[in-house]
Design a protein around this ligand. Sequence first.
Ligand code: WTA
Length: 646
Amino acid sequence: MSEQTASQEGKTYPPDAELSKSANVRPEMLEQDLQEFWDEQAKQRLDWFEEYDQVLDWNLPYAKWFVGGKLNACYNCVDRHVEGGKGDKVALHVVPDDGPDSSEARDITFSDLQREVVKMANGLKELGVGKGVPVGIYMQMIPEAVVAMLACARLGAPHTVVFGGFSGKAVAERCNDLECKVLITQDEAMRGGKAGAQKTNADEGLDAGETTVEKIVVVQRTGADIPMSDRDVYLHDLTANVSDDPESCPCEPMDSEDLLFLLYTSGSTGKPKGVVHTTAGYLLGVTTTHNLVFDVKDDSVYWCAADIGWITGHSYITYGPLANGCTSVLFEGVPGYPDKAVWWKIIEKYGVSILYTSPTAIKSHMKAGEEHLQGHDLSSIKILGSVGEPINPDVWEWYREHVGGGKAPIMDTWWQTETGHILITPLPGITTLKPGMAQQPFPGVRPEIRDDEGNQLDVEQTGNLVLTQPWPGMMRTLYKDDQRFKDTYWSKYSDAYFAGDGAKYDADGDIQLMGRIDDVVNVSGHRLSTFEVESALVEHADVAEAAVAARKDDDTGQAIIAFVSLKGDKQGTEELEQALREQVAQSIGKLARPASVIFANDLPKTRSGKIMRRLLKNLAEGEELGDTSTLVDPSVVDEMQKQMKG
Ligand code: WTA
């Protein structure tokens, strides 16, 4: 029988019979009761210091999972594997920026990882870090970043990782909000063959105002001569005389609902939201989904090419894979360096069997050309994953054909910082795949697609994606802001979680994600709020007002278009455009830099003074503008349109 059957909708790919037999996930799991399913997983997958006495305490919108249980995330990710005889197994194949052939490439076993974590944890203890003392982490993709997260978890110290590409201002904002006493960073970042500032960025941000950070721990990556003050200490100095014996630093028994970490994410207003994730539910959610969605076996070699600064890195580089005792690749660099074949060399060298990445990365490989894959043995690949944005069917097909050898199933996984782990995804050996669709809820997950009034929608009608049942890794609240938590996620509908994504069902009941329906833009799978970018623009002295919209972009999914009105008689020049793009890069990070800036005398406003955002969205997308008669000055729009065309 042909693997591929044509349907009216397009091609579909039935599951491979062998995979159906051997897959970890079983069809019966989809029928299981919510609590029964997670109870079974919790007993099977995690080690508990004290058993829980209740699976779920659900008081919408507040969830408590595994009530009364005690455990430690680091123990589950590291120590138990060593104690169980897997100490010599490779935990991380560390690939530095200059690729797998570099002399700096090295392997870290679970025993090595344990020693490194214990050492860093003992060092942190000397700085007063312990249970409940928050720590900031501002690092690139080096193993010490993973070690830092685990060292915090070992001590019971909540961490907040700030994406290494963000500005120092973003670091200060987040660390001060969580009241971090200690920040862990590195001297410099190495990416694409270039060293870039890291520690000095953090200094700039922290020194711009008052800060709660009292100590900065600096990991030496490049050995550059960077300014160090009394506030700073190198990690190797801090840990020079501490023990690496696990008994010198036992894993702190944490309550199931103790804070594991906070991760700030963009919302529809300027202030980033501190998403709260607690210990047991989160850890179980990421461990179970990682195991079942990617069909992890004892000999799997897994590579998630995300960044630890995002939730994907937290859940599917650090906590999920390590709790599963899985061997992972950790790559510091970028897809095109030292050459365009670096990814394929990594897969070949380590025999990667599971690759999890974003549509943007796949598109960059498509653009680079198939020739770079030729001559590289990718036959080890068994399962592919995609995350972060909708994947176009042609990109999906390319991924399967060229990376997956025309047979590896693709798991298009939908989830969010707030959900903690994968919620909608095909399952290996079970789902008949459809290119470009996340398709089916994970066991226990109950999605619905509703209109604004709360009615469930028919097939092929786009509406709001909601979830009507709790899941273990769900965010518990927004840090110090229960009200915003309720308003943002639980007020649109009284009985369900509002995800902020548009979605529709097809005739078979498969779900297709249609993108964000709020003011969140998704650039290369990185989530940004239009308001954040606007705030950065108005920081410039010449800017009176700014509004931001996104247009589709072949490479990055969406690209940011900034509409700006200037003060007095200031003129919109090319130089000013560059200065504004730079301003945003400086203030937030390079990924937020607008693709273009459109100048106008004023922004399109209604008579009540409200900026018509719908119109800006249409303008950015080059769509019909519809009715502009409610505008105070419709000529503003003509002016903008002219610039967009020019
Ligand atoms: C989008 C990343 C379509 C979506 C894990 C969501 C996706 C936002 C997919 C969360 C997917 C993520 N298909 N869209 N498979 N995965 N998204 O918090 O809009 O950085 O709301 O978490 O990414 O982004 P976040």
